[in-house]
Design a protein. Sequence first.
Length: 341
Amino acid sequence: MARRPMVLVTGGSGEMAHGLIHRFAEGGAVDVLALDVRPLDPELVRRCAVSFTGDIRDRHLLERLRSEFEIHAIYHLAAILSTRGEFVPEMAHEVNVEGTLNLLRLAVEEARWHGHRVRFLFPSSIAVYGLPDPEAKRKVGPVAEDAWTLPITMYGCNKLYGEHLGRYYSRHYRQLAAEEDTRGVDFRTIRFPGLISPFTTPSGGTSDYAPEMIHAAAQGRPYACFVREDTRIPLMAMPDAVDALLALADAPAERLASPVYNVTAFNPTAGELADLVRSVFPGASITFDPDRRRQRIVDSWPEDLDDARARRDWGFRPRYDLDRALHEYLVPNIRRRYGRA
């Protein structure tokens, strides 16, 4: 019996996978095989051809998937994020590095089976950067892909190493073998800024103060922000992140000068964002109670990203600036979510 052609999405219950799976379902051109350590909610299950509950560290499970399905592309979204990763750094390494290695190995085996390179999309993060202090990050301005890659979190280290692993598997895998095999992995990665969505509750990310602030205000709950008011990092609305991932996946390989790309959309300070949220949700109780340790992590990330390479090579253009993201995407959907329309 022939195996079913599939696109594999790991981390299927996560924020980005939620948007990606819905986008694939709306397009109708591919069947999605979703994998997560937690069962997917029923709405997402209906939008997938197949869903599995399991761990990307489980090589026997991945071998089962390979035996039953023909995987032509992998969107590897599963990860332990920055804040949680600092509490369980060894586990974060196992999931974020060993899990990624398992999936790259799966991609190689799949390519050998059906004779075509498997496209491997890997969301990376601003956590790969590491600037020494707030004064330095203000002076540096927008940071390009090849600068300041000195991460101070396990998550950032894992993501940076994942990028290197992907480049190796894509360009140098088994380079001393007797016969060169041009099939294998077509690895592409985007370093995303902090992402904001009204549809999923943020958890585990150090940039999550932005979506947490908005979700709390929409529910009428007080929120004590864990960073200073002057904290500035790049952010993006989730639809632009999904658009970027799909646009990079569709870009002709010959146009890509690098496997690694920055993208960004807007970068308000936490105080500016709080003022905007209060203007939309009058009476919202937003205070600032910086956590010294999490603040240090955010202070190591750039104030802005230089995404000229993505704009040049594959036409990246975000649809949502801060005003549109807030008023056209976040607020209407979040009001419906919490019954405050």
